[in-house]
Design a protein around this ligand. Structure first.
Ligand code: EPU
Length: 434
């Protein structure tokens, strides 16, 4: 899908209206797929988003020697007779979640090697809590300039207190502990919906994981796991991005297959801004977003779930850039997640940033111009800004967007947006940012 020199030409001023389906969760899929390595029986994972990250996952499974089929949003993985316990460097660098192969391979074959993972450059993204967890389970962890290698001779359950409720560390420890001997307790665990999704998948494979979604996850190690079919949850962040896009255009959009309970933090903020958010009242999983006129300012502080998700901070900042009044965003999870504001500034946005706090002075209207996506959610923010802006916004570096959003322009165009995916001819020329 991704081509290096493609860009999105977003024509501003079109109102979004109609129905759209939420795709399967990227971060849920990235947590669930590696767990298929914990059995030699086939697992079929359904409702996967067709995004670049899924193709990288498929390639990692193939490189490890698993049999994989991937089509129509489902991946069948049969991890019998693995060839190696090392993830190739080129693939590891393509996505953050390659680090989940540390826990999954350790759990399955007692050793793993993963070069330092890639992913969005939004902060230092340390791994000390992952390593602490592996060591507590009895593994030996070696780190050098190339990456991380781990060895264990039969893992044993342990109590692991996380200094911060890291999503990645919680998932990695769950993957490693499912087949360990005895009981593991992860205290101060992450509570994100995709952590619960992984627990449900592991339990469907025969594991004993309790308490996912609370501060303490208890895992009773089992001797073996079996294959199964499993569908991942809808994408919380794609749903949120669509909700914000609907609000940004004074739209009326029904997102089907979305889980309102996962969206409570965003919904609360949108309501505060004057947006109408409700379900269809029919009991089905869906969210309707309606907005009209200029929205009001709000303050936001990103926090681990159920707080306001850092992944929606960037799209939300685009919405706030044209809201009435001054909004303050405090980013507590990642230290470099405001780089997109420089791009929004090119479009006429007014911001000051100091450390982890951004102050946004809402302007009446943004103006379209060429901009650069600096990471995945920055790309989504710029598309939303383009929908609101006067004139044409050219969003470049869209390989970031294609990593995490399934056909973003097709979904938005089906709702009435006017976005073209074009190939660049000649060099990219963008004036220096303000
Ligand atoms: N941290 C540590 N030590 C650790 C682990 C994390 O200090 O051992 C710090 C990080 O440096 C960061 C904070 O803790 O400042 C949060 O990190 P966390 O481990 O929770 O995040 P992650 O696993 O690196 C996942 C998602 C991100 C999402 C965050 C927070 C995946 C593949 N990535 O990252 O998703 O922002 O959780 O919810 O699931 C995205 O989808 O755009 C994205 C960046």
């Amino acid at each position: 899908m991704m081509q290096k020199d493609q860009f999105l030409r977003v024509h501003g001023g079109f109102r979004l209206e109609g129905e759209v389906f939420a795709s399967g969760g990227k971060n849920a899929a990235l947590a669930v797929l590696p767990a298929a390595l914990l059995t030699d029986e086939p697992c079929v994972i359904e409702n996967l988003p067709m995004i670049d990250d899924m193709f990288v996952m498929r390639d990692i499974f193939l490189a490890l020697g698993a049999k994989v089929e991937f089509s129509k949003n489902a991946m069948r993985i049969e991890a019998k007779g693995l060839r190696t316990h090392a993830v190739p460097e080129l693939l590891a660098h393509k996505l953050r979640a390659s680090y989940y192969f540390l826990g999954a391979l350790l759990g399955r074959v007692n050793e793993s090697v993963v070069p330092f993972p890639g992913g969005c450059a939004i902060g230092s993204r340390l791994m000390d809590q992952h390593i602490k967890g592996f060591e507590a389970l009895g593994a030996r962890v070696y780190e050098d300039s190339e990456g991380i290698s781990i060895e264990g001779d039969g893992l044993r359950g342990s109590v692991i207190y996380l200094d911060i409720p890291s999503v990645g560390a919680t998932i990695n420890i769950m993957l490693a502990a499912a087949l360990a001997k005895g009981n593991t307790e992860i205290v101060n665990a992450g509570k994100e919906p995709h952590i619960v999704d992984l627990a449900n998948f592991l339990n469907a494979m025969g594991a004993s994981v309790r308490g996912a979604g609370t501060d303490t996850i208890r895992i009773k190690g089992v001797p073996r796991l079996h294959g199964c079919n499993y569908a991942v949850i809808p994408d919380q962040i794609e749903t949120g991005t669509l909700m914000i896009a609907a609000a940004a255009t004074g739209g009326d959009v029904l997102i089907r297959g979305a889980l309102p309970t996962h969206m409570e933090a965003l919904t609360a903020k949108l309501l505060e801004m004057g947006v109408r958010v409700d379900d269809t009242g029919t009991g089905e999983d869906s969210i309707r977003v309606r907005s009209e006129g200029r929205l009001r300012r709000v303050n936001i502080k990103t926090q681990p779930y159920p707080g306001f998700p850092t992944d929606l901070q960037q799209p939300m900042s685009a919405l706030l850039s044209a809201a009435e009044g001054v909004s303050v965003i405090q980013e507590t999870i990642f230290e470099s997640r405001f780089r997109h504001l420089e791009e929004l500034r090119r479009m006429g946005g007014k911001f000051t940033v100091k450390d982890r706090i951004a102050v946004i002075e809402g302007v009446k209207l943004l103006t379209g111009c060429p901009v650069l996506a600096t990471d995945l959610r920055a790309g989504a923010a710029l598309v939303i800004a383009g929908l609101m802006a006067q004139g044409v916004t050219e969003v470049n570096n869209i390989h970031y967007i294609d990593r995490g959003y399934e056909f973003i322009e097709r979904k938005l165009n089906a709702l009435g947006a006017k976005i073209e995916r074009l190939e660049r001819i000649g060099p990219l020329e963008i004036a220096a940012g303000g």
